[in-house]
Design a protein around this ligand. Sequence first.
Ligand SMILES: [Zn+2]
Length: 270
Amino acid sequence: MKKWKWKKYKDINYIGVDDWHKAGINMAFSSRAEGVSGGPYSSLNLGLHVGDQRESVLDNRCRCMEVFGTKLDSMVSCQQVHGNRVAVVFGEDAACGARDLESALEGYDAMISNTPGLVLATFYADCLPIIFCDPQKRVVGVAHSGWKGTMGKIGINAICEMGKHFSSEPSDIEVFIGPGIGECCFEVQEDLAFKVNRHFAQIDGIINFRENKYFWDLRLTNIKMLISCGIQPTNIINCDLCTSCLKDLFYSYRRDNGITGRMGAFIGLR
Ligand SMILES: [Zn+2]
């Protein structure tokens, strides 16, 4: 089974998968360390919409692109509206959302592409990043799967679109699920807990009850969902780190009461 590990380029620490790198696929999930932002955004904040200074964010984004030996203009990002729509992106979409929010692909939370040189970028503070690569058909993708995206089954939508547009077979698709809020910290209200159990009636063990509280295992929900649509369990690389527990490494929207930065998930074909 393929594994993730912490890697370093200059000052930037990031999570990557060596086997993907060897296969010509660039992938990184950033931490919050070694950037230029201050205050609650300290320090490698990549989110333009969180109240941080724009120049700092662009500086941080450029540093992340250096990991891939590329420039900010090869980045494409989408608006991330907690929906479940998947954009198919091509060379002409390069630089969309790289320097401003306005040009980010409107209304999308996932992107797929087979264009070498493009870097698909999405940003996180608790939501789960689901990163896809099909080494056979040379296709990559990413889905921003928070609780709303999970309810909307955005991971399944991304796999379906990879099949529809690029003939990817689910059995060939490899998936990296990055850091996100863990079951340890993701307490939900009773009404949502019941709704989740009804919505995913075929999946056991995703809502746990302890000390009179309900906890939702978002990661397990997404993993089971991916397997149900044909992803091989051995093709899932599960980076089971909790953004809320690991204060020095990650931003957490919930832990930081909404005032915080964003990590980045990046995937692209060389
Ligand atoms: Zn936790």
